[in-house]
Design a protein around this ligand. Structure first.
Ligand SMILES: [Zn+2]
Length: 306
C-alpha cells in the first residue's frame, strides 16, 4: 500500500530515543506543516543519537481541501486509533496510531485553523503515571511557548489519547490560526529542537524563557476547546476581547446578533482569567465555541509569570 501520508525518518549511528514529530492532523493548520518541512531540511544528518520520524502532513486529503476535516467528513483528532479497513480518516488514524505506539516521545503541532485564534501554548494530558507526566511537563517547558497547559487525560480519539494508553510521553502545541502567520514557524522549529535537546538528540537553541503562564486543570473535558463558551443560538458573532487579555467575571466577551440586526445577545465571561481562544470568524452555529479563558478558579495549579 502506498503511504497514506508523507513520512521521513532521520537516523543517527548511535542508539537513542525514537522521536516522532507530526503536523497537519487538521488540514487547515499551516504553520506546523511548514515547520516540519523546515525541520526535515535542517536536521538531516544532524541527529546526535536515536532517530527522528517526521510527518509534515498527516491528513493530506484535508490539507488539499483546505479543511480541518478529512474527505469523509471525519475529524482525525476524534478518530484515533482508527481502523485498518475503513474510511480514509479511519485508515490514516490507524497508521499514525501505529507510529505513535512505537515512538519514545511525540510532538503533535496544531493551530486554531480557519475558525479560531489561539494563544501559543504547549499542552499535555495529566497522565496518571507520574514519570510520563514529568517528562511531558519537561517537554512542554523545553518547547518554550508562552503558555504551558496540562489538562484532564479523559479525552478520547486524539493522537495524545493513543500516546497516553501506551505511556508514550506526548505534547501538542497550538499557535494562533485564523489566517496564516509565517513568523510563527521559527518558534515551532526552535521548540522542536529544544525538545530534541531535552532528549540529548540535538544541541539546545533555547534562549530566555518565554513562558508567561503555567496551568494544570484536571477537571473532566478541560482540554476540549470546541466546547468552550458555546453559542446559545446561530448568528453573527462579534468578539470584543483580545487574545491574552485578562478579564474579570461577568465581563462582555462578545455578542451574537441575528441576521436582521434586531436581536443582540451579550456573551459574558463565567470566570476571571486570561483569554486564550477566540473565534476568528463571525459565523456561529448553535453550540459552536466562541471563546476560551484560562482561569485560576478551577485549576489545580496556576502560576502567572508575565
Ligand atoms: Zn488542530
Amino acid at each position: 500500500m502506498a503511504n497514506l501520508f508523507p513520512i521521513i525518518t532521520i537516523k543517527s549511528s548511535k542508539p537513542g530515543p525514537e522521536g516522532l514529530i507530526i503536523a497537519g492532523v487538521h488540514g487547515d493548520e499551516y504553520e506546523p506543516i511548514l515547520a516540519v518541512r523546515q525541520l526535515i531540511n535542517e536536521l538531516k544528518g544532524k541527529i546526535g543519537k536515536g532517530s527522528l520520524t517526521l510527518v509534515p502532513v498527516v491528513n493530506k486529503g484535508a490539507f488539499l481541501a483546505g479543511s480541518r476535516l478529512g474527505l469523509d467528513g471525519l475529524d482525525l483528532a476524534r478518530t484515533c486509533p482508527g481502523k485498518k479497513v475503513g474510511s480514509i480518516t479511519e485508515q490514516v488514524a490507524h497508521e499514525i496510531s501505529k507510529l505513535i505506539r512505537k515512538a519514545d516521545f511525540l510532538i503533535d503541532m496544531h493551530t486554531g485553523g480557519n475558525l479560531f485564534e489561539i494563544s501559543p501554548l504547549s499542552g499535555y494530558m495529566m497522565h496518571p503515571n507520574s514519570e510520563v507526566l514529568d517528562t511531558q511537563r519537561a517537554m512542554a517547558e523545553a518547547f518554550n511557548l508562552p503558555i504551558i497547559w496540562g489538562t484532564s487525560p479523559d479525552l478520547e480519539g486524539r493522537t495524545l489519547s493513543v500516546a497516553r494508553d501506551e505511556n508514550v510521553p506526548a505534547i501538542y502545541t497550538e499557535y494562533r490560526g485564523g489566517g496564516y502567520y509565517p513568523d510563527g514557524i521559527g518558534d515551532l522549529v526552535d521548540g522542536c529542537k529544544n525538545v530534541l535537546a531535552y532528549f540529548g538528540m540535538f544541541p539546545s537553541v533555547k534562549g530566555d524563557s518565554k513562558v508567561t503562564l503555567k496551568i494544570e486543570d484536571n477537571q473532566p473535558g478541560s482540554g476540549h476547546l470546541q466546547e468552550m463558551y458555546p453559542a446559545p443560538e446561530e448568528g453573527v458573532f462579534v468578539v470584543t476581547v483580545e487574545l491574552g487579555q485578562e478579564v474579570r467575571q461577568n465581563e462582555v466577551l462578545g455578542y451574537l446578533c441575528d441576521f436582521y440586526g434586531e436581536k443582540k445577545i451579550e456573551v459574558h465571561t463565567l470566570q476571571a482569567g486570561r483569554i486564550f481562544l477566540i473565534r476568528a470568524v463571525p459565523m456561529a452555529k448553535k453550540g459552536d465555541a466562541l471563546a476560551g479563558i484560562l482561569s485560576a478558579g478551577n485549576s489545580n495549579y496556576y502560576e502567572k509569570i508575565g
